[in-house]
Design a protein around this ligand. Structure first.
Ligand SMILES: [Zn+2]
Length: 237
C-alpha cells in the first residue's frame, strides 16, 4: 500500500513506529483519522480509525504484528479502493467506490459475469448520487426505485455520457439475464464503455467544481453567451 504515513503507538512503556493509512477506504478521501490502538493478544495489535469527513464518518481498521522494534502492517479492512478512480468520483459516491472495488475483485478472480453485473450496479449508484448532488433530486423512494435507464434519460446531460452509461447497462444486463433469453455479453467491451463513462463524469465534475468557484461576473458572461447561441437549424447559411 502506498497511501501510508509513519506514526507511533505505545506498548509496555515503549513507542513503536507503524504505518497509518492517510486515506479512508470507504470514501477514498485523504484524512488524518482518529486512532484507537489495542493489543488483541500476544504480539498482535489492531488500530481502529474513524474517517474525519463529515459525510462519511465510517470506521476502518488495520491489524499489526509487533516484530522487534516496529509494528508490521498485516492487512487493512476494508482494503484500499482500486487505483484509477478520480478523487472527484470518490468524493461524490462512496457506494460507487464500494461496488466498483467488489466488481474489480470479481474481475481479478476471473468471475467476469459477476464483475459485469457489479459494474452495471456501480454505474447506477454513481448516476443516482450525481442526481442527488448536482441535479437537486431528492434521495427518496422514487429515486431508489427508478430504473437505471430512467436515470440515464433524466439526469445525464451529454449524449456521449448517456450512451456510454447505456452500453455499460446493456452489457451488464446481458450478463445478468438467463443466457438463452438475453444477448451475449462482451466483458472487454463493457469495460471500455465503463472507462469512457467515468472519464465523462470526471470531466463534468471537474467543470462543476470550477463553476462553483468562478466569480459571478465571469459566470454571467458565460451564461449570456450560452443564451445568445443560435438554436439548432438557425445557423447562418
Ligand atoms: Zn471516509
Amino acid at each position: 500500500m502506498k497511501y501510508l504515513v509513519q506514526a507511533y503507538a505505545g506498548s509496555g512503556g515503549k513507542q513503536y513506529p507503524y504505518n497509518k493509512p492517510n486515506f479512508c477506504p470507504h470514501c477514498g478521501l485523504a484524512v488524518d483519522a482518529a486512532t484507537e490502538f489495542k493489543n488483541i493478544g500476544n504480539y498482535y495489535y489492531a488500530a481502529f480509525y474513524t474517517c474525519t469527513y463529515s459525510e462519511c464518518r465510517k470506521m476502518f481498521f488495520c491489524a499489526y504484528l509487533l516484530r522487534g522494534d516496529r509494528m508490521d502492517l498485516l492487512f487493512m479492512y476494508p482494503r484500499e479502493p482500486p487505483a484509477g478512480i478520480a478523487p472527484e468520483i470518490r468524493a461524490l459516491s462512496a457506494r460507487f467506490v464500494d461496488l466498483y472495488a467488489q466488481s474489480f475483485d470479481a474481475e481479478q478472480s476471473g468471475n467476469f459475469d459477476l464483475a459485469a453485473c457489479g459494474y452495471r450496479n456501480a454505474v447506477e449508484a454513481l448516476v443516482k448520487d450525481y442526481a442527488i448532488t448536482h441535479k437537486g433530486v431528492a434521495a427518496d423512494e422514487n429515486l431508489t426505485q427508478k430504473t437505471l435507464q430512467g436515470c440515464i434519460m433524466d439526469y445525464l446531460d451529454g449524449l456521449d455520457a448517456a450512451i456510454a452509461a447505456f452500453m455499460v447497462k446493456e452489457l451488464g444486463n446481458a450478463a445478468t439475464h438467463y443466457p438463452q433469453c438475453g444477448e451475449p455479453f462482451d466483458f472487454v467491451e463493457q469495460k471500455v464503455y465503463l472507462e469512457l463513462f467515468l472519464q465523462y463524469i470526471t470531466g463534468k465534475l471537474k467543470i462543476l467544481n470550477v463553476k462553483a468557484n468562478l466569480p459571478s461576473k465571469h459566470l454571467q458572461r458565460f451564461e449570456k453567451r450560452e443564451q445568445a447561441a443560435p438554436a439548432l437549424g438557425e445557423d447562418a447559411q
